[in-house]
Design a protein. Structure first.
Length: 182
């Protein structure tokens, strides 16, 4: 389902971390890649809350706090800044704002990506919770974003249920979300 303009649609944070995109020198492809993937995966009404920040830890931390605490996003997907370069600090910023880390997300995303590219082992993406928000770091390349979301999204709606976030439904023809039987 494409993003909605309904005020009651679940807000989903999409945070692009890129020096060049934040300065307008480069077209952001990561954020739109996340939105495109969500448009395929989601069945319940949702709206994208888009942000673009430079590869600077204070800016990333502030954006994550704002999306979780002020915007009420139960799901925040970051794109970019997860590699081994010195300016890649998205995982550190994510860890700094999270109450709990969920290492299984990063493990599964790297495993899925490794089937496509040997450099997946260089990725440092992580996931964690901040209150009733789940934050997941994704790569910056749209095809890699989709690979990672396809791998972990089946667990995302139930995780958000467990932390008290918005109820998200997926299109079962695209992504079969797991929820235990009542």
């Amino acid at each position: 389902m494409k993003p909605s303009t309904q005020p009651n649609a679940a807000p989903i944070g999409v945070l692009t971390v890129s020096d060049r995109a934040s300065r307008g020198e480069y077209e952001d492809k990561g954020g739109p890649g996340v939105v495109a993937a969500l448009s395929d995966i989601m069945a319940s009404p949702w709206r994208a809350v888009m942000r673009v920040v430079p590869d600077e830890r204070p800016a990333i931390e502030a954006a994550l706090r704002e999306l979780a605490d002020s915007q009420g996003c139960s799901l925040i997907l970051t794109t970019g800044g997860t590699g081994p370069a010195s300016r890649d600090v998205t995982p550190e910023a994510t860890e700094a704002v999270c109450d709990r880390l969920l290492p299984g997300f990063g493990e599964l995303m790297r495993t899925a990506s490794l089937r496509e590219v040997p450099t997946a082992i260089l990725s440092r993406q992580i996931a964690g919770t901040r209150g009733a928000a789940l934050i997941v770091n994704l790569p910056g390349k749209p095809s890699a974003i989709r690979t990672c979301l396809d791998a972990v999204f089946p667990a995302i709606p139930y995780c958000i249920d467990l932390i008290g976030g918005a109820y998200l439904e997926t299109d079962p023809a695209v992504c079969r979300a797991f929820r235990p039987k009542a």
